[in-house]
Design a binder for this molecule. Sequence first.
Ligand SMILES: Nc1ncnc2c1ncn2[C@@H]1O[C@H](COP(=O)(O)OP(=O)(O)OP(=O)(O)O)[C@@H](O)[C@H]1O
Length: 207
Amino acid sequence: MVQKGPRPLVLCGPSGSGKSTLLKRLLKEFPDKFGFSVSHTTRAPRAGEKNGVHYHFTNLNDMSTAIEKGEFIETAIFSGNIYGTSKKAVDDVRRTGKICVLDIEMEGVKQIKRTDLDPLLVFVMPPSIDELERRLRARNTEQEDSLKKRLETARREIKFGQEPGNFNIIILNDNLDKAYNELRDFITQNIEDNDQDDTNEKTTDKK
Ligand SMILES: Nc1ncnc2c1ncn2[C@@H]1O[C@H](COP(=O)(O)OP(=O)(O)OP(=O)(O)O)[C@@H](O)[C@H]1O
């Protein structure tokens, strides 16, 4: 894959850490600048989620076939479902000239680091596991089982997020405005300066 256009932006962090909230705000403030890469998932849609908008909802069979054909940049199993980013999803955004934004979890980050996409990697850190649990409960989207799994996974993800070299920035989401401003500043400093730079000569903290 030839790297063209701005570097993709990856947001990773435990379920409930605030990735979607931050991304929603970013896309609302800069609708012409960022484009969301729409992931595939085998999980059932939540209320209000639209196919092709929030996710490409698919089934185990179709998704496995597409993975075997090499159509995915990264895939991961999470809470019993497969999630993944297709090459096409990233290309679709890149073709529009927008910065492609990806919301992927830990295993996906490990895989995307091995591609030539050269993404900027942001880890969204919750203030604590207790606060993460409070937010997930308040969101009211998970059954007890799913919630427990997410919290267990969160401990591993936080460890991964804190390991030096895994991310370009760790953003503590203890306050939404503060976290958002930090994200925006980081993007301004790291992506827009490198816009349309095919050679990536000016990039700083690669890999
Ligand atoms: N700084 C914050 N303070 C308080 N609540 C927050 C903050 N950031 C996000 N939230 C709330 O926490 C909940 C989880 O946030 P969000 O859905 O954005 O997490 P997520 O990381 O995208 O989770 P998932 O990976 O499960 O999609 C939401 O209800 C959101 O409104």
